[in-house]
Write a protein that binds this ligand. Sequence first.
Ligand SMILES: Cc1cc2nc3c(=O)[nH]c(=O)nc-3n(C[C@H](O)[C@H](O)[C@H](O)COP(=O)(O)OP(=O)(O)OC[C@H]3O[C@@H](n4cnc5c(N)ncnc54)[C@H](O)[C@@H]3O)c2cc1C
Length: 313
Amino acid sequence: MLALPNSASSPAGWRWTPVNTGSRSATSSPPSVPRVLPDIERWLRMCSPTCRSRRQAVGKDILTGLAGESGTGVRLATGIDVSNSDHDPPDWFALIPDVRRCAPDELPPGYRNGHHYTVPLIDMPTHLAYLARRLELAGGDITIGRVDSFGDASRLAPVIINCTGLGARALVDDREVFPIRGQHVVVRNPGLTDFVEVDTGDSLDLIAIYPHGDRVVFGGTADPHVWSRYPDPVATTKILERCSRVEPRLKDVEVLEVRVGLRPTRSAIRLTAELGPAGAVIVHNYGHGGAGVSLSWGCAASVAELVERGVSI
Ligand SMILES: Cc1cc2nc3c(=O)[nH]c(=O)nc-3n(C[C@H](O)[C@H](O)[C@H](O)COP(=O)(O)OP(=O)(O)OC[C@H]3O[C@@H](n4cnc5c(N)ncnc54)[C@H](O)[C@@H]3O)c2cc1C
């Protein structure tokens, strides 16, 4: 596994769902996704099945393709997204060919409606290791170290992609970036195959259950402006209680691990280019909140485009 220090990507980020991203029902408005939506809509358009450009393969399509290869950490998973409220289906359902309403016997006790569909589900430790291998096979080297200024970085490379997430607060003094803390519990899989996502309304206590092979990752929480990376035992107990009410097979399971991550959130994703020291091209790409995995390939395509085009400011 590629263990990145202080990263949101290592401990979390599981499911392709652009407006939901593992934190809310398909039909609600999540706190962990940047609130200013034009960027999100642009990345969504990039994933659209009707898109005819080279971006056709971006986003969901790429993850769907990776699900067919072994060792990528991506699989196509079926599951349900359930709610007690009546909402219009979100726009991104248009990207999912097999979405359908749940039959009553598919709903957990106490829930009135839901949808059943298939999306890429991503085991992040495996996926990050796959991405690192892929980069190395393409001729890249990975050196892990702290960058304190773009002056330092420009001595190493003429193009700098700034994907520092919350680190952008210090590196580029961007006070708009803030954490939304998330906590997940990892247990041995008692036999689950399908994901479950529950609409918890405005509550910061989320319910999402993701089976990943012999483990199940579930939670969670969404605490804005909380910086602690330490597991909160009270939150763990509550996660176990509310998730096992929805999926009784999670009752009394052995907890293997508790994971905490800070979603690097911003009112809008910053994806811009500028000229830096010594003529270096700097492309900023951070602030993806709870949607960074879903948006990763779409945003990467935009970054590549900015680098190819060069900076004109
Ligand atoms: C609990 C939880 C659940 C989530 N679920 C989903 C989901 O279901 N679907 C989804 O799409 N997304 C999900 N996300 C969000 C997703 O994980 C993030 O949006 C994504 O990982 C952000 O990636 P990033 O590379 O921008 O930031 P990070 O992964 O945080 O990476 C930033 C990296 O930059 C490094 N860095 C910072 N400053 C410096 C510096 N000065 N010098 C050198 N290095 C530096 C950091 O150490 C870190 O390694 C979830 C997040 C959490 C916490």
